[in-house]
Ligand binder design. Structure first.
Ligand SMILES: Nc1nc2c(c(=O)[nH]1)N[C@H]1C(S)=C(S)[C@@H](COP(=O)(O)O)O[C@H]1N2
Ligand SMILES: [Mo]
Length: 407
């Protein structure tokens, strides 16, 4: 009997990337049968196994959460060295179908709404809109790690690999807005991309940010990712980058910039990507919600997976990555087993980047159960001991714990 996923896979297009000066395109099918070995994401609600495949264009080994529209998760092992996530290991998330080709010469960005002069900008116009800026920033899905929620929540059952850090190059959004001239009464700036809903009547994926955030010096209309043109899967030719904010706002394949007056009542702002305004219990039904916006601090052990061995009687060197979220990382402590040990921090590559941490424990004689790392940021936000549960598993930042076995 054929599994439903295989039926879906057989209809698909092989995501072989053809990128050139003229644009980027995807061609030929990624078939479900091409998917490789399975990886266990350790999701408590199960099913926990996912296929690993290098078959997506421009991608190394990625965890397949969904083939189309693509949802690809980065295996944690990709975070074990350095702070930059290579383009071929960056997670991928599309809500709706993405175009399989974009021609650079034909691409236009409409700038409209509450502006003095509506514009239709070419890629050259965007590139000439202002100073070229590079920002190193973490791209993290608001639902990163939601598959680890207990009780289980709805949405893509991500492990912790829906995150990555890249160097983004572009112009300031405020310089692009200045070309059109923001009109009096402007409140928010909304973005749309080239992707369209797969089902009739479903809302388009459009997102907006408050005007003061849009005017920040580090909020970009970006075309570069780690020194290369944005890959198609990551939004060729242009995407929004809002450092410190969850990447749901980082609209890919940017085609429209719309200045709003008043609130944004569109689906993905007013109805979705929201969490309880104050902590709730899983039984609570009616509660006020707020949009998810800024990222809280998080830290991960990358040198050892859960259940890995440690050498009894030898010093144990642990290391990993951490992020401050929307503020600089202030510290990382190893916690658990009655420990509270400050970790050494690696080079600072900017407040929105991953930063490495390391710590060495003296001779360890037994299993280390439930150890973890706790990050704190410059705003005094510290990772909590217990999960702040919410129905969509957004903004997870509970201390992640592992157990190491003495051998
Ligand atoms: N046009 C467009 N942009 C989008 C999305 C989308 O569905 N369409 N998804 C958003 C979400 S929810 C996430 S998590 C990030 C993922 O970025 P990446 O695929 O480059 O990792 O893109 C954001 N930008
Ligand atoms: Mo996301």
């Amino acid at each position: 009997m054929t599994k439903p996923e295989q039926d879906a896979g057989a209809r698909l297009t092989r995501r072989a990337l053809i990128a050139g000066a003229g644009g980027a395109a995807l061609a030929a099918p990624v078939l479900a049968q091409e998917l490789g070995q399975m990886i266990d994401l350790g999701l408590p609600g199960g099913p926990s196994l996912r296929p690993l495949t290098p078959a997506f264009p421009g991608k190394g080994e990625m965890i397949v959460q969904r083939i189309r529209p693509p949802l690809l998760e980065t295996p944690m092992e990709a975070f074990s060295e350095g702070t930059i996530t290579p383009n071929d290991r960056m997670f991928v998330r599309w809500n709706w179908d993405m175009p399989s080709a974009v021609k650079a010469a034909d691409h236009r960005v409409a700038v409209g709404g509450a502006v003095k002069a509506p514009l239709s900008l070419t890629l050259d116009d965007i590139a000439n809109a202002g100073e070229h800026v590079e920002v190193t920033a973490i791209n993290q899905c608001a639902g990163n790690g939601r598959g680890l929620s207990e009780p289980r929540v709805t949405g893509t059952q991500w492990g912790n690999g829906a995150m990555g850090c890249a160097k983004w190059t572009g112009v300031r959004l405020k310089d692009v807005l200045a070309k059109a001239g923001v009109a009096a009464g402007a409140t928010r700036v909304r973005f749309a991309g080239l992707d369209v809903p797969l089902t009739d009547g479903a809302p388009q994926f459009i997102k907006s940010i408050p005007l003061d955030i849009a005017m920040r010096d580090d909020v970009l209309v970006a075309w570069g990712m780690n020194g290369e043109p944005l890959p198609l899967l990551h939004g060729y030719p242009l995407r929004i980058v809002v450092p410190g904010w969850f990447s749901t706002y980082w609209v890919k394949m940017l085609s429209t910039i719309e200045v709003l007056t008043g609130e944004d009542d569109s689906y993905y702002v007013a109805k979705s990507y929201r969490m309880p305004a104050a902590p709730i219990t899983p039984d609570d039904k009616d509660f006020p919600t707020v949009s998810i916006t800024t990222m809280p601090p998080r830290a991960f052990i990358t040198s050892h997976a859960d259940g890995a061995a440690l050498a009894r009687g030898k010093p144990l060197a642990l290391e990993g990555i951490a992020m401050g979220g929307d503020a600089a990382l202030a510290r990382v402590d190893l916690v658990g087993q009655g420990l509270e040990l400050p970790c050494e921090l690696g080079p600072d590559e900017g407040r929105y980047a991953f930063r490495r941490w390391s710590v060495t424990l003296p001779a360890v004689m037994q299993d280390l159960a439930g150890i973890g790392v706790r990050a704190a940021n410059a705003n005094g936000i510290v990772q909590p001991e217990t999960l702040v549960w919410n129905p969509s598993g957004y903004a997870r930042n509970v201390i992640e714990r592992i157990t190491l076995r003495a051998q």
